[in-house]
Design a protein around this ligand. Structure first.
Ligand code: MN
Length: 750
């Protein structure tokens, strides 16, 4: 296992300004946290984060990334917390470690095959700092290198995942060495026979071509030095998996592959690249159509190099790549090369300049990440179509069991609940986000773990429809709302009907209703009750059809007190109304004979939660404290009238439309309600001012004043004002009446 000082030395070698104390602290902390945990190999667990850190020093990453590598499994696998890491290492490192923790949890999720696509997107979305991806790739690389220690049945899945997700990601980030190593180990695991065959043949070929390789290498080195050019010439061999892929893609045999061997020539300057090209082209014959200049026209991922293929001494084709040292680093390290270094090409020496510019880091990283990940060279490349949008349009969250839920950006826990299951959405009453109770309107973020709190008694409030952003949630809410409205109309209908039957002293039963369904064009008893509840069908009509002997006596409302069951009509100016225990019936005995049989049904429902629209009667509505009654109008809902309203007369013969309601309002409700006064006052200077003053001193709001009549000795006016409640209104009325120049004050109801 690498020693602490060795790791620090590795970092300071390429970054002399690295924060050694930070590295030491992370090393000790991670080692202590992982304690006696073991790897499948039998090694101490800590050897893993240490190796991951070592891989990243190979990519010459900054000290924070190395520290994150050391800490990357602490939150998930030990008792370490984000808060602790924040306090010890700062928030930046804490955030990166948390990002890795989230991705680690994803590994569990990705076991479900159909999640692969979501998983890839999520990975990118979560890693909003490219360093998280770099550490994750190094983590995966080390796990792949030690894959043979894993139980056999687990290897396949891990290798598949690596092949599907991590290797392409490394490639997309321009880290070709890492990509190839990940691919080869996966390939060996997934297709051992093919791997075996190809490696054997490669060995064969290597043996046979040993001299050839040496010959080309020495010829080239010689020719270059003759011209005073310093260059590094390195033979290279295609990796097993890339040979396999090429054979598959082109449907050709091993022997037909022409570019298993190649050379890479590394020089100091761009100019030298073209001079080397000249030397090569004058030494060997070239293969037409194989010359590519990616220096003058770089690939989209910033890959720069000159490619050419020659016909070698034994008539075999050999590809040569010519590039500068900095181009080579970009080609090898990809995004990591951009991450921290601007390199110079001074004198052909490999000099990396550590950039101290925070701006450079922030912008360059972000730009590169987005660009590189967004651009797909070929259709089979990692990110198929709309990569950039991934970052903007979607969020990915988890259920507590780790299921991944993809949602549009701006989605709320309500959307989440419906995405999991309609039944969960419909019974949702609250939520926890990352373990904390949060409002249901909270916007979800990538990686959030959402737990839905449910209650079987719940039905979704209609207002949710405007909060939800997903079509699925909205449709389900609308459906549930419609259903609950239908149920409530049904309950109302039953209430109205049973009372009508009781008052008529006629038997009421479901069978009786079934018998008259056809007559009223209803499909079911529920439909019939809802029709009565909506006011589409009168109770009298049902009564007459069920009991043809019944004579309409035109009784108005009255009836037994309702002992239990309250309507809560929460809608309409934020008010609540309740069906009172029959108090309204006693008030309204004027309009009809009192009901003698007191045994009416109790209203069985609680919480008619605002689904029936509630409005106020026009012209001087009702204020809290007024006795009120609701009148049900088909397809419009419930209109609230004060009991003294003359308009109520026109409903006297439609008792089934009457709904008993009462105020249910907090004492300190800040809301005001409109009332209308008819005032006569002496026509003398100051009388209008007096009226306004009285109303103002008593905190009444005047909405409107209308002069009705203006005689030489008095004038009559209608004043619309807003008050808190009846007590408030009465105080104003009494004070107005006490003024000598006010002759009469009366309340007006429409
Ligand atoms: Mn790990």
């Amino acid at each position: 296992m690498m020693r602490q000082y060795e790791l620090v030395e590795r970092v300071t070698r390429y970054n002399p300004e690295a924060d050694e104390a930070l590295l030491n602290k992370a090393y000790v902390y991670a080692m202590q946290k992982h304690g006696s945990q073991m790897r499948a190999s039998g090694d101490p667990y800590f050897s893993h984060p240490l190796e991951v850190a070592a891989i990243l020093t190979g990519l010459r990453l900054d000290d924070a990334t190395i520290a994150v590598a050391l800490l990357h499994d602490t939150i998930e696998d030990t008792d370490a917390t984000r808060a602790e890491i924040d306090s010890l290492f700062g928030e930046e490192i804490g955030k990166l470690v948390e990002g890795l923790t989230k991705i680690k949890r994803l590994d569990l999720v990705s076991q479900k095959a159909n999640q692969a696509e979501n998983f890839r997107k999520l990975l990118l979305a979560i890693a909003d700092d490219v360093r998280v991806l770099l550490v994750k790739l190094a983590d995966r690389l080390h796990n792949m290198r030690t894959l043979h220690h894993m139980p056999e049945h687990k290897r396949g899945r891990i290798a598949e995942e690596t092949m599907e997700i991590y290797a392409p990601l490394a490639g997309r980030m321009g880290m070709h060495d890492m990509r190839e190593e990940l691919e080869d180990i996966s390939f060996r695991t997934l297709n051992p026979e093919a791997y075996e065959t190809i490696t054997e043949r490669l060995e064969d070929l290597r043996e046979r071509n040993k001299d050839l390789i040496l010959e080309i290498e020495s010829t080239l080195t010689e020719r270059l030095s003759e011209r005073g050019m310093a260059a590094l010439v390195k033979g290279r061999e295609k990796r097993p998996y890339s040979i396999f892929r090429k054979m598959q893609r082109k449907a050709i045999g091993f022997e037909q592959l022409s570019d298993i061997y190649g050379f890479r020539v590394t020089v100091g300057t761009v100019e030298a690249c073209y001079r080397v090209l000249g030397v090569i082209h004058t030494t060997w014959p070239t293969v037409p159509g194989r010359f590519k200049d990616y220096i003058s026209t770089p690939k989209q991922n910033d890959y720069k190099s000159i490619h050419t293929t020659i016909v070698g001494p034994s008539r075999q084709r050999v590809e040569l790549q010519i590039r500068t040292i900095s181009m080579d680093r970009v080609a090898e390290y990809g995004i990591a090369a951009h991450a921290l270094y601007k390199d110079g090409e001074l004198g052909g020496r490999n000099i990396a300049h550590y950039s101290e510019s925070e701006d450079f880091r922030a912008f360059e990283w972000l730009r590169r990440t987005t660009e590189l990940l967004a651009q797909g060279d070929t259709p089979e490349e990692f990110l198929e179509n709309t990569k950039l949008e991934l970052f903007h349009d979607q969020v990915f969250c988890f259920t507590p069991k780790g299921r991944l839920i993809a949602l549009p950006r701006g989605a709320t826990p309500i959307d989440f609940a419906y995405a999991v299951h309609t039944g969960i959405g419909n019974t949702c009453v609250g939520c926890k986000i990352n373990g904390k109770i949060m409002p249901l309107v909270t916007e979800l973020h990538n990686g959030d773990e959402v737990e839905i709190i449910r209650s079987p008694a719940q039905t979704p409030p209609p207002a949710w429809e405007t909060i939800a952003v997903t079509g699925k949630a909205r449709a389900a809410i609308r459906r549930a709302t419609r259903e609950s409205v239908r149920k409530q109309y049904g309950a109302l209908g039953e209430h109205i009907l049973t009372r009508a039957f009781a008052r008529a002293e006629k038997a009421y039963s479901e069978d009786l209703l079934v018998a008259v369904l056809d007559e009223h064009h209803q499909a079911s008893v529920a439909d019939l009750l809802a029709a009565v509840g909506r006011g589409d069908l009168s109770a009298q009509a049902v009564l007459k059809s069920a009991h043809p002997d019944y004579q309409d006596e035109r009784v108005a409302i009255s009836g037994p007190p309702v002992e239990e069951g309250w309507f809560d009509l929460k809608q309409g100016h934020g008010l609540k109304f309740r069906i009172p225990p029959g108090e309204l019936d006693h008030e309204r005995q004027v309009s009809g004979p009192a009901d003698e049989n007191g045994a009416g049904p109790a209203l069985p429902i609680r919480g008619l939660s605002g689904d029936i629209p509630v409005t106020y009667a026009p012209d001087g509505g009702a204020v809290p404290g007024d006795r009120i009654v609701g009148i049900l109008t088909p397809s419009e809902g419930l209109t609230i009238y004060p009991i003294q309203s003359p308009s109520l007369k026109e409903f006297d013969d439609q008792t089934e439309r009457w709904v008993d309601v009462r105020w249910d309002i907090d004492v300190d409700n800040p809301e005001r309600f409109p009332a209308r006064l008819d005032i006569s006052a002496a026509n003398e200077p100051g009388s209008l001012a007096t009226i306004a003053q009285v109303i103002g001193e008593n905190s009444g709001n005047i909405d409107n004043v209308k002069m009705m009549q203006r005689a030489h000795d008095f004038h009559q006016m209608i004043i619309d004002l807003e008050v808190w409640d009846l007590k408030h209104l009465n105080r104003i009325i009494n004070q107005l009446r006490s003024k000598p120049n006010v002759s009469s004050v009366s309340r007006v109801n429409g």
